[in-house]
Design a protein around this ligand. Structure first.
Ligand code: HEM
Length: 483
């Protein structure tokens, strides 16, 4: 009798838990315990989540394991959530996998006062060391000299550009955080690249979703999720050696980089524990900036090569514009941007089609809020579906084809588009947006000025992405011709 009663009680309780609260966004039926976890194809989540809008509209809900999640789709819903009600959506959910695997909160996965302080400090320091200024422009152009030598070594024969590009891009954030670049032959540097790549693969897999939904169980079950700790642990160790090195030759009156400034901040904020300025968090923040600053811009550039090799006539138009405006006798500079509308439009279109962070990063609602006319209670997770905006039918003339015209008016002048939101929007908008835009413009125009990219004979560019936290091209080989 007791067993039957307990069972009936548990089933009823589970049924009630899976009912949507009143005036909550609609969505597919959530099953007991697992919710909608197994009714979605995680290898294709960004497409599946976009498709669900056809049935449930732009604001709908899912149950991921035990947590209610609301997906925001389309420009209007994203603007309402991230801008108009941005204060209420500024926090991140803190997932079990991060609590278990990462030693500190860093920048990306922290909230409240600590997040505000860390974000402000990182933005200020990046700016101080050159983001938006000439000094950084010069270090990007210097790095391009190394990069172009490396690429020129491969002229004529097909090569995989993956880690060559990653190293060049990573050196820019490395010089801001660590105060130096790495030689491309440096074993430690290559190891960091590989670890970051592996880490994002595991994080983007179903294993980490399961971990977050059923932490108690997954901590005991074997699987790739257990290697994440080791992978991130190794990167964190490498960050720690950089911090230790800085402590040895640190001169507070002459800060060289982010780490030096952070060491001073630790002393200044000695009595303010909740701002998070301490040494272990310095290691974690360096990890956040290094990771976010390496994989994203390089992935975008790897998409750029593929698109240029596929649409040779677009590549030729870019090169003709660069030839006309800059020529071959000097390197590009940020001021050239105003005179290169076609090139700038192509970079935007690469970012739009590349869609490298398809579902942004998750947010969480910090108090009850109305979105799209629905009531979302405090604690619900929000997924800003950037894909649904970057390919929104009403926003783009030809959403699914590569068309630089999306960013040009009739006179060929560059036009900004509100639906261009690869960096997300609002309080949590990408902290590296300015840096990424400088890197993309200077690396891309420099590359187009010096090289023509083409697929090896008989090979078609493969545009179907490899899916993890970010969408990247599958490994490919490309050919270059030196101009
Ligand atoms: C956050 C995209 C480059 C650092 C984000 C977010 C997106 C994004 C979509 C999540 C925003 C949200 O939560 O709504 C991109 C793209 C990049 C890029 C498309 C390159 C093309 C960079 C670079 C850095 C960086 C170069 C290096 C400084 C960060 C950080 C956050 C972030 C620290 C977390 C911000 C916070 O939680 O307050 N990025 N990013 N990103 N990005 Fe980027």
């Amino acid at each position: 009798g007791l067993i039957v009663f307990t069972l009936v009680f548990l089933v009823t309780a589970e049924y009630l838990r899976n009912r949507r609260p009143s005036n909550f966004p609609p969505g597919p039926t959530a099953f007991p315990l697992v919710g909608n976890m197994f009714s979605l194809d995680f290898n294709n989540a960004y497409r599946e989540l976009t498709k669900l809008t056809e049935t449930y509209g732009n604001v709908y809900s899912l149950k991921m394991g035990r947590s209610w999640t609301v997906v925001l789709n389309g420009l209007n819903a994203l603007q309402e959530g991230l801008l108009t009600k941005g204060d209420i959506l500024a926090d991140r959910p803190i997932f079990p996998i991060h609590v278990d695997v990462l030693p500190e909160l860093g920048i990306i996965f922290t909230n409240g006062h600590m997040w505000k302080q860390q974000r402000r400090f990182a933005l200020f320091t990046l700016k101080y060391f050159g983001v938006g200024k000439k000094s950084l422009e010069f270090s990007i152009l210097d790095e391009f000299i190394y990069l172009s030598k490396e690429i020129a070594n491969h002229k004529g024969k097909p090569f995989n550009p993956h880690f060559i590009i990653n190293k060049a891009v990573s050196n820019i954030i490395c010089s801001l955080i660590f105060g130096h670049r790495y030689e491309y032959s440096d074993e430690k540097f290559l190891k960091m690249m590989n670890l970051i790549d592996r880490g994002t693969q595991i994080e983007g897999s179903i294993w980490s979703q399961l971990y977050n939904a059923f932490p108690v169980l997954m901590r005991r079950l074997p699987g790739p999720h257990h290697t994440l700790q080791k992978t991130y642990g190794e990167i964190i160790e490498l960050m720690k050696t950089e911090v230790d090195q800085h402590k040895e030759d640190w001169d507070p009156s002459e800060p060289r980089d982010y780490i030096d400034c952070y060491l001073s901040e630790i002393q200044r904020k000695d009595d303010e524990v909740d701002a998070g300025f301490h040494e272990d968090n310095l290691v974690m923040c360096s990890f956040d900036l290094f990771g976010a600053g390496t994989e994203t811009t390089s992935t975008t550039l790897r998409w750029a090569f593929l698109y240029m090799a596929k649409y040779t006539e677009i590549q030729e138009k870019v090169q003709a514009e660069i030839d006309r405006v800059i020529g071959q006798s000097r390197q590009p500079s940020m001021e050239d941007r105003a005179n290169l509308p076609y090139t700038v439009a192509v970079i935007h279109e690469i970012q739009r089609m590349g869609n490298i962070v398809p579902l942004s990063l998750p947010h969480i609602v910090s108090r009850d809020v109305q979105l799209g006319g629905y009531t979302i209670p405090k604690g619900v997770i929000i997924i800003p579906n950037l894909t649904s905006v970057l390919f929104e039918k009403d926003q783009w003339e030809t959403p699914y084809s590569f068309n630089p015209g999306h960013f040009l008016n009739e006179e060929g002048k560059f036009v900004k588009r509100a639906a261009f939101i690869p960096f997300s929007a609002g309080k949590r908008i990408c902290l590296g947006e300015k840096l990424a835009r400088m890197e993309l413009f200077l690396f891309f125009t420099s590359l187009m000025q010096r090289f023509t990219f083409s697929m090896p004979p008989g090979v078609e560019p493969q545009l179907e992405p490899r899916i993890s936290v970010i969408l990247s091209p599958r490994e490919y080989e490309i050919c270059v011709q030196v101009l």
